[in-house]
Design a protein around this ligand. Structure first.
Ligand SMILES: NC(=O)c1ccc[n+]([C@@H]2O[C@H](COP(=O)([O-])OP(=O)(O)OC[C@H]3O[C@@H](n4cnc5c(N)ncnc54)[C@H](OP(=O)(O)O)[C@@H]3O)[C@@H](O)[C@H]2O)c1
Length: 258
């Protein structure tokens, strides 16, 4: 895969899937703008990218839920590179919450997982139209699998899939593709950030690794490989797709495993 002279903007690049994606895009010679809140982590990712490509990425400290920050993301990227070829909407959070926990978890998750991506994408679209670029959204298998203890998260990822499909329809005539990756469990900090202890998080991932058809869980790099493929010209005929990467979990009713 070759992204020479392509500008790739990745949100949530300070950790997990976003960080792995940044390193893979750097290996493919992309010019990177990487976004996160934790600047220490973002700097470490930038060092890894620079090792791969010899070029330092643009680091942007931003909270995706804050409109001013979202404006800053686009301004700083354009000031630095003058164009955008690929947008990876990767930021996502979860909470262990159902409807009995009230509206607050829903607001927090929707603000981050959907409204944030929506606000940013709206501002990036003119630049993608100019480059005939593309968008990769990071969704989840839980967009189509209901879990009783993650209702707002599952709802947010269902919305993300429809965002992908509607945008693909809206932007096709401008030559802009839009796809999502829909991972099953991935070994990241995601579960501890959702409020689980690290012991419980490890136990969940171990349980999945034993029970998923392929007898393993995805690593961040596995998902990053799919993201970079969808973002590349090799995927030029793919738009509006929500691509499972789940070690076969959907085949075996993954929700019964947890
Ligand atoms: N891990 C899984 O099992 C799994 C499965 C399916 C889908 N996913 C999806 O994969 C995506 C990445 O998750 P991950 O597993 O890599 O988790 P992660 O390691 O927790 O990474 C989440 C990233 O999102 C950023 N972020 C969170 N809230 C933000 C905000 N308000 N503003 C800006 N950045 C924010 C974090 O940045 P800071 O730390 O700098 O704040 C971090 O870089 C998410 O959309 C998630 O829903 C994960």
């Amino acid at each position: 895969m070759d992204f020479t002279n392509k500008v790739v903007l990745i949100t949530g690049a300070s950790s997990g899937i976003g960080a792995a994606s940044a390193v893979l895009f750097a290996r493919a010679s992309a010019k990177l703008a990487i976004v996160g809140r934790n600047m220490d982590n973002l700097r470490k990712v930038a060092e890894n990218c620079e090792t791969e490509s010899g070029h330092a990425p643009l680091l942007i400290s931003a909270d995706i839920t804050a409109e001013d920050d979202v404006e800053k993301i686009v301004k700083e990227t354009i000031d630095c590179y003058e164009k955008i070829d690929v947008l990876v909407n990767n930021v996502g959070i979860s909470l262990i919450a159902g409807i009995r926990d009230g509206v607050q978890p829903l607001d927090k998750i929707m603000d981050t997982n959907i409204r944030g991506a929506y606000m940013l994408t709206y501002r990036v679209i003119p630049y993608l139209e100019a480059t005939k670029g593309n968008i990769v959204n990071v969704s989840s298998v839980l967009s189509t699998t209901a879990l009783s203890f993650m209702t707002p998260y599952c709802m947010s990822k269902a919305a993300m899939d429809m965002f992908t499909k509607c945008l693909a329809m809206e932007l096709a005539e401008k030559g802009v593709r839009v796809n999502s990756v829909n991972p099953g469990p991935v070994r990241t900090n995601f579960f501890t950030r959702a409020g689980l202890s690290s012991e419980y998080s490890d136990a969940i991932l171990k349980n999945y690794a034993e029970k998923l058809p392929l007898k393993m869980v995805c690593e961040s790099e596995d998902v990053a490989e799919l993201i970079i493929y969808l973002a590349s010209d090799k995927a030029r005929c793919i738009t509006g797709s929500c691509m499972l990467i789940d070690c076969g979990g959907k085949l075996g009713q993954v929700e019964k495993i947890m």
